[in-house]
Structure formats: structure tokens, C-alpha cells
Write a protein that binds this ligand. Sequence first.
Ligand SMILES: [Zn+2]
Ligand SMILES: [Zn+2]
Length: 356
Amino acid sequence: MTTAANLPKTYKAVSIPAPNGAWEIVTQELRAPAPDEVLIRVHASGICYSDHFAKLGGWPGMKFPCVTGHEVVGRVAGVGAGLSSKDREGRYKLGALVGVGWNGGYCGRCEPCRTGNAFMCKEGQVTGFTFDGGHAEYMYAPETAVVSIPEEALQKASYAELAPLLCGGITVFDAIRTAPWKPGDLCLVQGIGGLGHLGIQYASKLGLKVIAVSSGSSKKSLALSLGASEYIDASATDVVSYVKSLGGARLVLCTAPYSQSISNIIPAVGLNGTVTLVSAAVDGKIQVDNVVLNMSRAALRGWCCGCSPDTEQCVKFSTLSDVKSIVKEFPLEEYPNAYDAVMANKARFRNVIVFP
Ligand SMILES: [Zn+2]
Ligand SMILES: [Zn+2]
């Protein structure tokens, strides 16, 4: 085991004591990292809409009290005795820039792991649910959950601007790059919020022609500045008719969690296209006319966050192509207000807890 000199004996965290309880600022004892753990001094921790699953409780394997937070960027402050000397001197050396996302580690031996689906590992953990997450000055993460971040990332983005890439970013990045399309194909991005504003950037930087869709005109200039070729106000334009007149979309990325707006946009998918759902609709179930999918030979699929190796690729690409999240920073003590704003859809676009 190796730890940084002069570590404090205690650290502050925001914790929830029981399902539907109130968030509390607590002081916890700093302990030595377990053999497979990395101790991280947190610099930024993004608030994801999924934090509300922690507040509700009931996530498989979840324990209370719980420190949530799964968009974490910080620096290595200690490593467990089980990590190899190569790793201790390399990717997990003291002070190394690292992150932790939704996927809280994997075993590498079970069937999903061995078939390239480690996000479904049978022993998989979820950061901020099955172990304490990043809304804290320090956190402990299983080695396999830790994302190495090149120092040069900080030349393009702050700790806070990097943090949302660890869940929101990797989710839309992989949802786009794993779908079948070719450069120049048309991509519809539904919703310009925490996920959508990243989706527009990734899709355009990866080589798709992006049409951004939202309601009203207030987000038009932002959407265009993020890389969209066009903006459609869904409250004033028949999106499906217009996109069909262009030949249909090869990729429809649904990011706003509203069942009606997702249901409305699905028929804009074109021949051999893919509709990918990255958000969980919060107001009911989506509706799909399956004939629309049949006649376009289109696919409808969901997508969720990737594992640490996927996220390393996402962060590298983001640095290379200047993709970053638009954030508002909050101190730990203001977490409840920052969380409420995310739940009320008032964040523009990711609220992030920062630690000096
Ligand atoms: Zn998340
Ligand atoms: Zn596994």
C-alpha cells in the first residue's frame, strides 16, 4: 500500500441516510485503501440525473447511508497493496490524473467480461450506488473502475468540464460511434440538455451532419455553435416530414427524457437507420409504430454508460477534438440546490461539485 504524505484523518462528503432522505454533509474517516482500491482526491464530481436513483434507493446492491456521484475527476492519493508495481509507478502513481464513471469495475473473468461486455459483469459495481461515489473530498474506487486521464486534457478543459465526460460524455460518445453510419450521414439529436449538448459536439466532430431538435428558439444559436448544421424548433416545424424530405436520418439520438418527444421523432429514421435511446423517459413509456421500423429496416436500441477503457478513448477524443461540457460549478455544501436544479431541468448544462 502507498499513500500520499499528509493525508487528512477525515473528509467531507454529501450523503443520503435512507431512501428518500435529505442530503447531509457528513465527515467520514479516511482509511487505508483495500488491496484492489485506488484512493482519489476528488477535484470535481458531476451531478447526473441518475443521482435520483440513489435518492430513491432500490438499486440492486445499494446500501445506505450512500455517497453518490459517478462523474468524478481527481488525482491518485493512495493505492492498495494488490496493485502491481508497474501500475503503481504508472497509471496509478501518486498524483496521477484519473476519473471514475458509472461503471464501478468488472472482474474480467465472467461470461459478459470474456465476451467484450464488461459493463454487464456479473460481479460489476456501480459507482455511488454499491460503493461510495465522488460527491466527497476523497473516494475509493476499485482499480478496474479507474479511468486514466492524460494531463494534456487539462490544457483544453477544467476539472469540472472534464467530469461530465465520465458518464454523460461516454454514454453519447459510444452510442454514436457504435452505430452503423458513414461520414456525412445525417444525425438527428433530440434534446439540447446535459446529454444533447455533448451529443451535438461528438456527432459533428466524428463526421456526421447534425440537425439538432428542441422546442422554441432559445437554443438555436448554441446548437449551431456546438456544431449542428441546422436547428429545428419542434414546436413550430413538422420534424418528421422535414427530415423525411431530406431522405431520413441515419442516426436518431434521443437525449431528452420525455416519452412524447421521443415517440414523435422516431419516424424520422431513414433506410437502415438507427434510433438510439440514451436517456430514461421520466414521464411514461415511448410509443413506436413498428411498421415505420419495418419499412425502413431501422433499428431501435438503448445504450448505457461504458467501462473505463471506453471512457479513456472518449476523454482522449474529447481532448483531441475540443469537446467539453458546459458546466456550472458548486461547492459541496450547495449540493442539494445543485441537485434540485438538475431534477427541475434547470441546469445549463451540467452542474458539477468542485473541491479547491
Ligand atoms: Zn450518470
Ligand atoms: Zn465480469
